[in-house]
Structure formats: structure tokens, C-alpha cells
Write a protein that binds this ligand. Structure first.
Ligand SMILES: [Zn+2]
Length: 421
């Protein structure tokens, strides 16, 4: 048993701190939060958090742990090399204070299991397994038009790692979704429109017919879970909303109509302001001029869509960085919190990176891998996933993102960093 004394608490929801409370951690759960002082006697460890704030561990709802290099570079790697790089990236996430992530394209179930059983260090992972797309869609990561599909995807080493899957027509889509569920996907990721970073699919293409999208949603919801869609344009979002897709990744180019539909249906939006600004400023190397042009368009549109998110008071917003690439890219993960604060405000940024993500993940029921406690909040019975921060996050997220102000990182009741005592 561990006691945290004299802490102020941001609980993941409220715009005010709970002041001077004592918190009992019993194994991997928060057992008690008390405004009456608790006697130190009998605790294995006592942390005095006076002047500090306890807050939920951060959650990133859009990461790609295994996509640790550009696709053509990943194509040259063995699975072992990709696995080792992924473990290092996962460890970096936890040591930045991210105690939970949702991976949305990658064969991460093995890494997730290794982390959960103590063989590797990293955040909790909600795996999507392969991102599913149509032939010629955003997941069709064959590296050139000469890589013809003969029997499966044997010509693309990257696709063989299980990061991407191709399925066309209702029956193949049903099967591809069920394959990911069999492997342990907690939700399904599909590509429902053109991509900004992919070479062959123009941004405005519609990907998957309404019936194919509905097939994906049916197979997922029959298994108690939901579909997250990579999606940029309004026509693609309208089709996806009609199909019942509940998690819009990027959702960059909105109009008033789709913003209203998103609000009415309670669809979750996961924008990535920092990564898209890096791309728009050409700070991430891309393969060609046309890729730069696509991503610049996306980067600019995203800020306009933020105005519609405010106008229609869309509250189901989640933190997602879309960090794809090597350790250097992932090192920027926390900057998204600052980018969101700039676009919206501090409390929105904090909620997006904690309780809002937990709400999204709860759309997954039987397939939810962490059902013994709440995530993304500081409450009695919640998992003991928390940070102790020097300062008050509600006055600005800078103290959350600075490593030297993150004094304690705890996940599942285990302390991974403690510079407080
Ligand atoms: Zn992504």
C-alpha cells in the first residue's frame, strides 16, 4: 500500500482542483481519496505531494508504435528489428507520462501482452491490429505500381508485418474485421478516404462503398466494439457517419453540415494539430512535392475545422498525435497538448488527453482489455495510472509537458519515475 499525502488533484474532468487530499494506492488501484489526513503508519511508501498536482496519466488515442520509420525503410527491416524499435518507442511514451495509448495501424498485440506481463516497459495499449482498406486505398502500402497483387500482399514486406490489410466487398471486409478481432483488436481501424501521407491515393477519393463501411461496423458492433476511420474530407465523413462509424481520425476538412452531424451522433473526433503543423511547415521529410501539397492542404483545413468544432460545441474530442516514424518524431508527442491548448483552451486539452479518451475507449465492451477499473481519471476504484506534477496544470499545460516538472509517473500502481523523494 502506498500513500500520497497533501496532494492537489485534477481528476480528469473538473475545471477546479481538489485541494490537500490524501490518496491510498492499493496494488494497481486508487482505493481512497480523502480530505481528512490519513495516518502514515503501515504504508510501505509515503509520497509527500505538497505543492504538487496529482492528475491522470496521459492518453494518446492515435499512435503508430510499429510504424517506426518511413514505409520504404520499414520494407527493408526484419520483424525482429521492428519489434525492438517498437518496444523502445513504447517505453519512451510511458516515460513522457502517457500511461495508455490506442494504436491505430500496427501489429501491436504481442507488444501489448509483453508490456502487460512485465516483459517490456510501456503504456497500456488498445490495439487495432491491421488498418483495413480497399485495394488502392490508404492502407495499400505497396511501394510502387509494379508491386502487383497476385496472392495476398507478398510483394510488400511492410504489409506482411500485419500493419495493414486489404479487403474489398462485403464478405472480405467482414472477414478482415473478424481477423483483427480474433487477434485481440479492441477496436477496428479502417481507411474511409484518401490519405495525406500516402503516395497513390488522392486526398479526395472516397474509399469503401456505404455497404462495405456498414459491413465493417456490423462485424465490429456484433463483437461489442466500434470502428475508427481514417478520414479527411466532408463527403467521406458523411458516408462514414451514415454507416455508424463513431471515431473520426483527423476529420480535417469539415463543413457546417458534417459538424452538425458529428455533434448530433456523438461521433468522436481525433484531430492532430501539432503533427499537421510540422508537416505543413515541411519539417517532416516526405517523399515528393505532391505529398507536401496534400499535407499542407490538410494542415490549413484543420484549423478551420477547429472553428466549426467550437461553433457546434463538439465535446467528444480526443487527444491523438498521429506520431509516425522514428524516436525523434515520437519525442514531439507532448507538444500536441500545447497545440490543443492554443487552438482551444487548457481544460479542453487536459480533458482530451485523459477522461475523453477513456470515454471513447469505453465504446469497446467485451474487447476492452482493461475492465477492472476506470482509466483517464483520478477516482476511487480507478486504475492507479497517475502523474504528480510540480505546479497547477489548470493554469497551463506547460508543467505537464516538461519532463522536469513531471515528478512521478505511475502506471498500474508501479512507479516508473520518482524525483519527488
Ligand atoms: Zn495515423
Amino acid at each position: 500500500m502506498l500513500l500520497i499525502k497533501n496532494a492537489n488533484v485534477f481528476n480528469g474532468h473538473d475545471n477546479t482542483l481538489l485541494e490537500a487530499v490524501d490518496i491510498v494506492i492499493n496494488q494497481n488501484h486508487i482505493q481512497t481519496i480523502s480530505q481528512q489526513p490519513i495516518n502514515d503508519a503501515g504504508f510501505e511508501q509515503v509520497i509527500d505531494a505538497r505543492g504538487h498536482t496529482v492528475m491522470p496519466g496521459l492518453i494518446d488515442a492515435h499512435v503508430h508504435i510499429t510504424l517506426s520509420a518511413a514505409p520504404h525503410v520499414l520494407d527493408t527491416m526484419t520483424r525482429e528489428e521492428i519489434a525492438i524499435r517498437s518496444a523502445k518507442i513504447a517505453e519512451g511514451m510511458l516515460m513522457r507520462g502517457f500511461t495508455t495509448v490506442r494504436d491505430v495501424a500496427g501489429n501491436t498485440i504481442g507488444l501489448k501482452t509483453a508490456i502487460d506481463s512485465g516483459y517490456a516497459t510501456g503504456p497500456r495499449i488498445f490495439p487495432s491490429q491491421a488498418a483495413i482498406s480497399q485495394t488502392s486505398g490508404h492502407s495499400d502500402y505497396r511501394q510502387n505500381r509494379g508491386q502487383q497483387r497476385r496472392n495476398g500482399h507478398e510483394d510488400s514486406p511492410l504489409m506482411k508485418t500485419g500493419a495493414f490489410a486489404i479487403a474489398d466487398g462485403r464478405s472480405e471486409v467482414l472477414k478482415a474485421v473478424r481477423e483483427q478481432l480474433f487477434m485481440g483488436a479492441s477496436q477496428i481501424k479502417i481507411m474511409a478516404g484518401g490519405g495525406a501521407s500516402s503516395t497513390f491515393d488522392p486526398l479526395d477519393t472516397l474509399q469503401y462503398t456505404l455497404d462495405e463501411l456498414k459491413a465493417a461496423v456490423e462485424a465490429a458492433s456484433d463483437y461489442g466494439t466500434y470502428v475508427a476511420a481514417h478520414i479527411h474530407t466532408t463527403p467521406a465523413m458523411k458516408r462514414a457517419a451514415e454507416a455508424g462509424i463513431m471515431s473520426f481520425e483527423h476529420a480535417t476538412i469539415m463543413d457546417d453540415d458534417i459538424a452538425q452531424i458529428i455533434k448530433e451522433k456523438g461521433i468522436f473526433v481525433i484531430p492532430s494539430y501539432f503533427t499537421s503543423s510540422l508537416i505543413a511547415e515541411r519539417k517532416i521529410p516526405l517523399g515528393s512535392e505532391s505529398l507536401y501539397q496534400k499535407t499542407e492542404r490538410v494542415g490549413k483545413a484543420m484549423l478551420k475545422s477547429a472553428e466549426l468544432i467550437k461553433k457546434y460545441e463538439i465535446e467528444n474530442l480526443c487527444f491523438g498525435t498521429d506520431c509516425v516514424g522514428d524516436l525523434g518524431v515520437h519525442a514531439t508527442q507532448s507538444h500536441e497538448l500545447e497545440a490543443i491548448e492554443k487552438v482551444f483552451d487548457t481544460i479542453t486539452a487536459l480533458r482530451m488527453a485523459t477522461s475523453n479518451c477513456a470515454k471513447l475507449f469505453n465504446l469497446s465492451t467485451y474487447q476492452h482489455p482493461y475492465q477492472e477499473g476506470k482509466l483517464g481519471e483520478i477516482s476511487e476504484g480507478a486504475y492507479a495510472d497517475l502523474l504528480i506534477i510540480e505546479g497547477n496544470p489548470l493554469e497551463g499545460v506547460a508543467c505537464v509537458t516538461q519532463a522536469d516538472k513531471q515528478k512521478v509517473i505511475m502506471k498500474d500502481g508501479v512507479i516508473y519515475k520518482n524525483t519527488l523523494c
